[in-house]
Design a protein around this ligand. Sequence first.
Ligand SMILES: NC(=O)c1ccc[n+]([C@@H]2O[C@H](COP(=O)([O-])OP(=O)(O)OC[C@H]3O[C@@H](n4cnc5c(N)ncnc54)[C@H](OP(=O)(O)O)[C@@H]3O)[C@@H](O)[C@H]2O)c1
Length: 351
Amino acid sequence: MGKASAASPRRHPPAAGRTPRSPVPPTRPDITGQTALYGVLGDPVSHSLSPVFWNAGFRALGLDAVYVPFHVPAGRLAEALAGLGALGVRGVNVTLPHKEAAARLCTTLEPPADDLQAVNTIRLGPDGALHGANTDGPAMYRLLTSLWHPVGKGAPLPLAERGYRAALRGGEGGTLPTSSRSVGKGIPAVPPGPVLLLGAGGAARAVLWSLFQAGATVIYWANRTAHRLVCPWSAERTQVRPVPWESQALNEVMVESTLIINATSLGWRAEDRLPVLTAAPGPGQTWLDLVYHPASPLQQAARAAGARVIDGLDLLLGQGAAAFTLLTGHPAPLAAMRRALRRHLAGRSRA
Ligand SMILES: NC(=O)c1ccc[n+]([C@@H]2O[C@H](COP(=O)([O-])OP(=O)(O)OC[C@H]3O[C@@H](n4cnc5c(N)ncnc54)[C@H](OP(=O)(O)O)[C@@H]3O)[C@@H](O)[C@H]2O)c1
């Protein structure tokens, strides 16, 4: 590991004008020059939960490795990626706002990063080559598959545990198509009936891809900024129908849809609402939310109206577990990672 790593056990005096942080973080004498280094590049990145469950995964497997957040401002991604090989970093995750820029900077793109033109995981080759992958889309596909085709009690993402490649090859859930040639030919995994997708950012694109893979027949799609509703895929059995954001039509499809997916940023703040909607999902409907804030007002409203609510935690773990396996070569210890995440979130909501 590089001498100046963020997790170096050596303590430095505070810079002039800064008060030292209290309490002093514990030193990590277990981190040595042999320790394998992984991390996540983002801006902002301090909120990222990935270090919590990645480091729990290393501990559970007894691996000499550490995962740290790297704050990389927009515009400096190319510099940061170019330096990773020289620092001996084995692999990184990439988060907002870098996923699309990372896809342009990688040497190779593994499916489905090529379809999505977005990368959330980069494996460093021995020659410094950057091999980009996307585990968000497959994790969402796995989540949809496990919700409607459960493979066993308490195993919501069974294939993620067996590894990303195994997940891509398929298993209990069938074959997962991974290139644009096979979009829409996966095993139907969504419930019969229309799906309403809210949002058109990077995460929504991965959701849309997975809905094609999962064989959704009708996808209603709404976003505050209408011109972003451009679908790059087509499939015989799937229709995508844009719905205006501030419209009665959105109320109507909200009532009609069996599955509603919130892929907007709404739900992190107490005041967040879907202001144009008078309808709320109810019994017989599922509200699948990418937000994993336990107090999301949107999730609370859906729950109060009788809908089944699934938050974004399984998706977060699913994409993280697949990336863990891809970068370390070890099956992700999902149970230990989930425990660490739940404990961390419980501690945060108590604080
Ligand atoms: N659970 C997980 O593993 C996971 C993974 C990735 C993302 N996420 C979550 O998914 C959400 C979207 O992430 P992203 O990467 O797609 O972000 P993004 O690219 O910035 O997209 C944000 C989306 O939210 C919409 N939006 C933002 N503020 C809004 C408001 N006040 N009213 C209505 N719509 C609003 C945007 O609409 P406009 O186009 O009109 O701006 C856009 O559709 C975030 O909450 C993120 O935390 C979760």
